[in-house]
Design a binder for this molecule. Structure first.
Ligand code: CA
Length: 156
């Protein structure tokens, strides 16, 4: 059963969890920003746009779309090597779309990101270390996790 999200706890924790899916940046699972802001965003839109019944460039029903990852899996026939994901990168994408659940209890904490949200991923995945506003270690966020929960300590 879903519950309301508390902005000062669950939402920031969720944003940080999302960022951790894509770290560290030298890990094979890492999806580069150029990919999700470029070819990957376009590939998802191409697959999900017609699912709502109209091919108009708008993904109006992202929940109904099931991404076929074989169409951009590295090494698959016809998939260009400069616009593909490895299996670990595909798992990262699946994690980002998946609902966030408590590891111990399995309880629902937050919805995953929608398909066709890739152009906004840079806010959550664009840095190389976690922050209290997703993964971007800048002055963008409220810094509540760092300062209220961890008393100002850095993540690593
Ligand atoms: Ca559409």
């Amino acid at each position: 059963m879903a519950r309301d999200t508390d902005l000062l706890s669950d939402l920031n924790t969720f944003a940080t969890k999302l960022g951790s899916y894509n770290l560290p940046t030298n890990d094979p699972k890492h999806i580069p920003q150029a990919a999700y802001l470029g070819w990957y965003s376009e590939a998802v839109r191409a697959q999900c746009d017609p699912v709502d019944g109209t091919t108009d460039g708008i993904v109006a029903d992202p929940e109904a779309c099931t991404i076929d990852y074989t169409k951009f899996r590295c090494g698959n026939p016809g998939v260009p090597s400069n616009a593909c994901f490895t299996d670990p990168q595909i798992q990262t994408a699946k994690n980002i779309y998946s609902d966030y659940r408590d590891n111990a209890t399995g309880a629902f904490l937050n919805y995953g990101l929608s398909k066709s949200s890739e152009m906004q991923w840079s806010v959550l995945l664009g840095g190389d270390s976690p922050s209290d506003f997703g993964i971007v270690d800048s002055n963008m966020g409220m810094r509540s996790e760092r300062h209220l929960t961890l008393n100002g300590r850095r993540w690593f």
